[in-house]
Design a protein around this ligand. Structure first.
Ligand code: ATP
Ligand code: MG
Length: 586
């Protein structure tokens, strides 16, 4: 987070009242969203309301011990993030203070009152390579050079979006820290590798485009049935323990984004500890480099101050937009947006605002849509294209999807991955309910799957959907009269659908091989089930009893495809065996 310079410090105010994270001050010369330092300890806060002489501030740190009469100091600048090389592989709190730096300063990551630290290392030097020459004209957003930030990612140094641009009069390669000037323009403007941007303001773009590429997740049920686009939005609602966090982690690990921003928002500390311990060990499947080389973590766990939870999603999305501006595909995961909404509710109630549904502020839905609106596939102001995909977990109390956060999110996002307590209880993982979930991107992404995986991807998937739909209908009858009362062809459909569920939809996140499934493998498992289906119905038509068809000993091998590394060979053999074993029956 940026620190104010002495020149823009404004008139001090005096604390009038303290109510949890909400503090009011009188006589403070400040504007909406300005950062202020509260009390004699100088706790970081943000102006959220101004009424006459009274300024209301949300404070990003614990306020116990802060009392009326203590000073409040304005900075004259809005809550902003520091953007520049050094954000990847970092772990921040909700206002972009690096947790490792805080830990060194304070001895604990979670005892952080009154400590400020810049979001990026100001002293570290980076090797800057110019991309433009002296005499070139540059405009806002233009890429003027690159820095090898990590083995995976070249950081593009850009002219800040609010620059007027001009002719480059000085630029050279070399090692610089982020505060040193790397480019000078004819109008005297000096450009550094580092810029600031107010978190609550979307970074400018030229145009939002219709996304046509999937964000491949490596999870069969998602890529196969409910794909999200690069630049798309998705929600993962689910009751306690149904797999929201595991799904978010799987996406952070395996999604084919260039950059991942993972926001742990208000969840238990141990879930974030898992991320912090787990991720640095992981390898990026596309580059073979460390996964953290393309990852930025933001942690505001349940034991950290509530106001910083309100800001952590904005810090995250602003960082995501900055990498998008470089032309990268960025994926942001927020776990959980419900805790963010609860932070809004708590602050709103301290402000004594008129409560809306279930005590949430009336602006809940506006805030949610403003946040998801920042996702998209964009033409950037420098002419590159980049995307921000946003995937938010939702934790409805009691798993009741009719509550306000789930309902408002549903109206905004285009992909809905509904987790289901019954499936989780039956150990069907990922417990994404295929009857309730949907993706509005499915049709627009089909051409990509046709061109990059198989031309008959849409037809094969439609067969799988129809089979699962039919199963759902038949299950209702089975509940009433039992399976044996069904005609043989329907019994066979139930058996095929079972394999689709067990071999295709189920996927073990904790198995070395099964944890990630490339689209080709997703296709082949689905197609193997269809091969069994087609051969089985032929046998049935030829008069073979259904029990004999479902008894062939090759069929259960379908359920072991997921864990096969050399799946192509395995599936080729399996399909041959299924067909010949069925053929032998008539
Ligand atoms: N894809 C998966 N593969 C295997 N096991 C899974 C999978 N998804 C979830 N699980 C199991 O379910 C457990 C609970 O999952 P998770 O912690 O993600 O739930 P959650 O919805 O985030 O819960 P909470 O509401 O408590 O945050 C996991 O510890 C794991 O045992
Ligand atoms: Mg969780």
């Amino acid at each position: 987070m940026s620190q104010a310079t002495d020149t823009d410090v404004r008139e001090d105010g005096i604390i009038e009242s303290v109510s949890g994270p909400v503090v009011t001050a009188r006589d403070l010369d400040a504007r909406m969203n300005d950062v202020v330092y509260v009390g004699s300890e100088g706790l970081m806060g943000e102006v959220i309301e101004i009424e006459g002489n009274i300024t209301t501030i949300q404070v990003y740190e614990e306020t116990s011990g802060v009392s009326p009469g203590e000073p409040v100091e304005g900075t004259g600048s809005p809550l902003s993030v520091d953007l520049g090389p050094g954000m990847l592989d970092a772990i921040y709190d909700g206002v972009q203070r690096p947790l490792d730096v805080l830990e060194e300063k304070m001895g604990s990551a979670f005892l952080d009152r009154g400590v400020d630290a810049p979001g990026i290392d100001l002293e570290k030097t980076w090797e800057f390579t110019p991309e433009v020459d002296e005499g070139d004209e540059v405009e806002a957003g233009d890429i003027v050079g690159t820095v090898p930030e990590t083995p995976s990612i070249d950081h593009k140094v850009m002219v800040p979006p609010d620059s007027e641009g001009g002719e480059v009069v000085a630029i050279e390669s070399g090692n610089f820290n982020v505060e040193e000037t790397v480019v000078e323009l004819d109008n005297g403007e000096e450009i550094q590798m580092h810029q600031e941007w107010p978190v609550r303001q979307q970074r400018p773009t030229v145009e939002k485009e219709t996304p046509t590429e999937p964000l491949i997740s490596g999870q069969r049920v998602l890529d196969g049935l409910f794909p999200i686009a690069k630049g798309g939005t998705a929600a993962i609602p689910g009751p306690f323990g149904s797999g929201k966090t595991v799904t978010q982690h799987q996406l952070a690990k395996w999604a084919d984004a260039d950059i991942v921003v993972y926001v742990g928002c208000g969840e238990r500390g141990n879930e974030m500890t898992e991320v912090i311990e787990d991720f640095p060990e992981l390898e990026d499947p596309t580059t073979g480099n460390a996964l953290m080389d393309r990852t930025c973590l933001i942690a505001n766990t349940s034991n950290m101050p509530v106001a910083a939870r309100e800001s952590c999603v904005y810090t995250g999305i602003t960082i995501a937009e900055y990498f998008r501006d470089m032309g990268y595909d960025v994926a942001l995961m927020a776990d959980s947006t419900s805790r963010w909404a609860e932070a809004m509710r708590e602050i709103s109630s301290r402000l004594e605002e008129m409560p809306g549904e279930e005590g949430y502020p009336a602006y809940l839905s506006a805030r949610l849509s403003e946040f998801y609106e920042r996702a998209g596939y964009f033409e950037n102001i420098n002419g590159t294209e980049g995307s921000v995909s946003v995937i938010g977990a939702v934790s409805p109390p009691g798993g009741d999807f009719s509550e306000p956060v789930t309902q408002n999110t549903l109206r905004i996002v285009k992909t809905f991955w509904a987790l289901d307590a019954d499936l989780a209880e039956r150990r069907h993982f990922p417990s994404i309910n295929w009857n309730e979930s949907y993706s509005l991107y499915r049709d627009q992404l089909d051409p990509w799957f046709e061109d990059n995986v198989r031309a008959d991807w849409p037809e094969t998937r439609q067969w799988a959907i129809d089979t699962l739909d039919e199963e759902a209908e038949l299950q209702e009858i089975v509940q009433l009269v039992g399976k044996d009362a069904l005609p043989e062809d329907q019994q066979l459909t139930l058996e095929i659908a079972r394999y689709l569920r067990e071999a295709w939809l189920q996927q073990n996140a904790f198995h070395d091989v099964d944890t990630f499934c490339e689209p080709e493998k997703t296709y082949r498992i689905m197609d193997a089930a269809k091969t069994y289906n087609d051969a089985a119905f032929e046998a049935l038509d030829a008069g073979v009893p259904v029990e004999e068809i479902t008894d062939i000993d090759a069929a259960p091998r379908l359920n072991r495809i997921g864990v096969q590394e050399d799946y192509n060979e395995y599936i080729d053999d399996l399909e041959d065996d299924i067909e010949s074993q069925l053929r032998e029956l008539y």
